[in-house]
Design a protein around this ligand. Structure first.
Ligand code: SF4
Ligand code: SF4
Length: 219
């Protein structure tokens, strides 16, 4: 997502990689669920997030769209995000104020309160200082905080998806209304509506689809 932000205002001014330590430990979030509430449309979901949500819930993408996710336009592309419920709470937050799909939670939730800053065809993390107000945080290795399988392939996937969307967004700015509709539906179909098989490595299938999509869109 393209945003103009003042890093000095929102972060501690440092850039982090997954092997760095950052003050993230918040005692297991005990007594707090602030970042699972009032999040608007900000928890945007990538294809891996949706794949994980289908595994966690046993629901299809279409079934998730009933009341757990919604579609919005982000930089010209139709993308899903977590849909806050009527009380402005994430539908996956349980009655004990814990994430009911913790093992399968989206990337946004895994990195929070970190954010990604993209440059030079890669990204690093920043620590947002106004997002999590828990006091006396402990230092943790970022890769342990994110806690995802195969952190290096995950990094490549996130990076490739970001720069693919950037290319799409640039292409769309020069297209007619009907082409924009066609292209955005093509992406939605290829990366979200068509399920990723659970018995084949996600990243392998994603990389194949990405190659095909780049070729079909000539980007
Ligand atoms: S705001 Fe901080 S302490 Fe509260 S739930 Fe989020 S990460 Fe945990
Ligand atoms: S998916 Fe889990 S961690 Fe993420 S906002 Fe919802 S309840 Fe919170």
């Amino acid at each position: 997502m393209k945003r103009n932000i003042d890093l000095a205002e929102i972060s501690d001014g440092k850039f982090y990689t997954t092997n760095d330590l950052a003050k993230l430990g918040c005692n297991d979030c005990i007594g707090c669920s602030k970042c699972c509430e009032n999040m608007g449309v900000s928890i945007i979901l990538d294809p891996l997030d949706i794949h994980r949500l289908t595994i966690a819930t046993g629901l299809t993408f279409e079934q998730l769209l009933i009341d757990k996710i919604e579609l919005n336009i982000v930089d010209g592309v139709i993308l899903p995000n977590i849909k806050m419920n009527q009380k402005n709470i994430c539908p996956f937050l349980n009655e004990e104020n814990r994430c009911s799909i913790h093992e399968h939670r989206p990337g946004f939730c895994r990195i929070f309160p970190l954010a990604r800053i993209y440059e030079n065809n890669d990204f690093r993390y920043i620590l947002q200082i106004h997002e999590c107000q828990k006091e006396q945080k402990t230092k943790l290795k970022i890769k342990n905080w994110i806690c995802t399988d195969d952190i290096n392939r995950n990094h490549s996937f996130i990076n490739n998806w970001h720069y693919f969307l950037l290319s799409v967004s640039q292409k769309l700015s020069a297209e007619s209304e009907s082409s924009i509709k066609q292209i955005t539906m093509f992406i939605l179909n290829m990366f979200y509506l068509t399920p990723f098989r659970k018995d084949i490595d996600f990243y392998d299938i994603f990389n194949e689809r990405l190659k095909n999509a780049r070729s079909a869109l000539d980007i």
